[in-house]
Design a protein around this ligand. Sequence first.
Ligand code: NAP
Length: 283
Amino acid sequence: MRKLLRGKPVAEAIAAAARKRADILREGGVIPALAVVRVGDNPGDLAYERTILKHAEAAGVEVRTVSLDADVSQDVLSVVICQINEDPSVHGCLLMRPLPAQIDEAAVCELLDPRKDVDGITRASLASVFAGSGDGFAPSTTEACIRTLDFYNVPLDGQRAVVVGRSLVVGKPLSMLLLARNATVTMCHSHTGNLDTITRGADVVVCAVGKPHAFDQRFFSAGQTVLDVGINFDEDGKMCGDVHADSVEPVVAALSPVPGGIGSVTTAVTLDHVVTAAERLAR
Ligand code: NAP
């Protein structure tokens, strides 16, 4: 393999550019601020919250955490979201999901003001991604994929891109972003036949299925760029992606690692979105 597509330099470049814009906002009295809303103490949510707190300063963003009990009611959570909508000193909201079973997640997501929807969870944000209008925020992970490909100068125009996974969080919106960059996009899922033949024929393959090491070298061919979006844990509790990196690295031209790949860029993109939201709201 010629290239490991590490997330750290991509994230640092995004944060440095966001910081410059945040500093300009501060000179005008606006401090870009993100509200992180967490329900319960899920270790994954806590880890994500720590990551956001660790990287916020580099992007010039202030973070306020709202931590709610795991048995919080729909009404209380709804009030929290509405307060964030109305608070002019908060420009973005990151709602940790999935939410507990007593909460109607879709209904809560829809309450969020799309202008503060920095992780693209509302229908309005997704509609803007699908329409290509550019006025809403794409889910951070999907934009992290595009930013990573751009950072490493991976061409997309006229290239064949295969996205494995069709969730509304990753697969579908990412396919739209790739299409907007003039890639010829094939979306695959659990009912796709001859998946390995399809992935082998692509220039760029994105794996986003959530199955540890599901993709070994049989799925890839020489010269390909592979993004591994999966965040899984193997039988030893170690974080791993959807791609079996040891098996695939000798075959492809470039691969994003897990950990240290797309996940690291995702946080930087969310913080960058907060700065953009603050700029838009200040107009
Ligand atoms: P999801 O909602 O469970 O969707 C998984 C998708 O993969 C579905 O479309 C499913 O097909 C498809 N799939 C499952 N097994 C498959 C197989 N063997 N062959 C082909 N397709 C298969 O998951 P998600 O929310 O999109 O997340 C996917 C992965 O990305 C997870 O590991 C998640 O943790 C990770 N993730 C990472 C980030 C990040 O920042 N890096 C952010 C979000 C998510 P069907 O539709 O047919 O069921």
